[in-house]
Design a protein around this ligand. Structure first.
Ligand code: KG4
Ligand code: ZN
Length: 347
């Protein structure tokens, strides 16, 4: 049978990554190597990703990642059929670094170049990890994204709804910052919430009065600030328990909102594709146990299968880019040297 081997590059946010993915005819894809260099330490002093620092670090680390990925896979560039790269959306400096690196490799080897939409990478991950057939419903929840997508084909997606302001990961990160907890905020807020009472503080459930699948998370931050200042003002500071209760109340609001909007997205989805429904998640927020459990329950209620890929493939990585590039490549789609980096690129 025919074998496709793709080298993938990712540099759209704060992870520099390279991976080699192979697929033989219709057999499941295999990740031969996946290397991710995070930049958390570089940005930690600034309380968020600094685009200029990110771009420079990507430019420095991309070659290293590519070499490590090839070495781990036991292959050389000549064994690769195509070079896939994230061409957007993301921080423009980082995306440009990746696109330039991929163009250089393509020019030097004569291997075709395939530009990939980062969101398509996330949205196609259930096919890479579990061989899920089209169509399926996807919830993308990360530090930068929040949307419901129906994946119909490698380049065919319908957006059912999404956030109108912050992404949930961003809300977790801001909550941590407001309460003096370490970054990234998701894991630290989740850990605090375990010892907290989710009912003590009443956070809003934004947009539940609207019948659609749109979400909003920026109001939670405002509510949190108000409650924090009120408690701190009364007592002259926050106790450990106050902090835990605030985290628990905040997290419960995110859980309830995501659960209800997923219920609606699933209902919409089932109206069109009622057979063998699968709901998959991607993004760093999918690491949250309370969120996962709630989504699992919503799916069970509706008779849908719930799928959460391994965490390393939920967060930013290049294996998903190599895989999405392979799906495009198999359709005969490649890009030329005029491939451009796009900061905004809706699916
Ligand atoms: O997908 P990801 O690694 O990067 C992008 O945003 O593209 O997601 C990172 C986000 C951060 O905002 C982080 O706080 C959040 O995912 N996160 C979590 C948890 N672990 C990571 N949010 C809630 N609960 C968690 N356990
Ligand atoms: Zn991402």
């Amino acid at each position: 049978g025919q074998t496709f081997t793709i080298l993938g590059l990712e540099s759209s946010c704060d992870d520099t990554a390279a991976a080699v993915v192979r697929q033989t005819d219709d057999e499941a894809a295999e990740i031969l190597a996946s290397v991710v260099h995070g930049q958390t330490e570089l940005h930690s002093a600034f309380g968020g990703v600094v685009p200029e620092i990110a771009a420079r670090a990507h430019a420095e680390k991309l070659d290293v990642c590519v070499m490590q990925a090839l070495e781990k896979s036991g292959l050389s560039l000549s064994d690769v059929d195509a070079i896939a790269v994230t061409a957007g959306p993301g921080l423009i400096g980082g995306v440009m670094s990746g696109v330039m690196c991929a163009k250089g490799l393509s020019a030097a080897t004569g291997k075709p170049l395939v530009g990939v939409n980062h969101l398509a990478g996330h949205a196609l991950t259930p096919r890479l990890t579990d061989g899920v057939a089209f169509p399926y419903l996807m919830l993308l929840v990360s530090g930068g994204h929040c949307q419901y997508l129906v994946s119909h084909g490698p380049e065919e997606f319908t957006r059912l709804g999404g956030t109108i302001d912050d992404a949930p990961g961003e809300a977790f990160d801001k909550t941590a910052r407001l309460l003096g907890l370490p970054q990234p905020g998701g894991p630290s807020v989740e850990a605090e919430a375990k010892n907290g009472d989710p009912k003590r503080f009443r956070f809003p459930r934004p947009l539940l009065d609207r019948p659609d699948c749109d979400l909003s998370f920026s109001g939670l931050k405002t509510a949190l600030m108000r409650m924090r200042d009120q408690v701190a003002g009364e007592k002259g500071g926050l106790t450990r328990q106050d902090r835990a209760d605030l985290c628990a109340g905040f997290q419960q609001a995110v859980v309830d909102t995501l659960a209800e909007k997923t219920r609606r997205a699933l209902k919409l989805y089932l109206e069109h594709d009622p057979t063998q429904p699968t709901v998959a998640v991607a993004g760093g927020v999918a690491a949250n146990t309370a969120i996962r459990t709630a989504l699992q329950e919503v799916c069970a209620e509706a008779g849908a299968e719930f799928l959460a890929p391994p965490l390393a493939l939920c967060t930013d990585n290049a294996a998903m880019i190599a895989y999405a590039g392979m799906e495009r490549f198999k359709l005969g789609k490649t890009d030329g040297m005029d491939l451009t980096a796009r900061p905004r690129w809706p699916l």
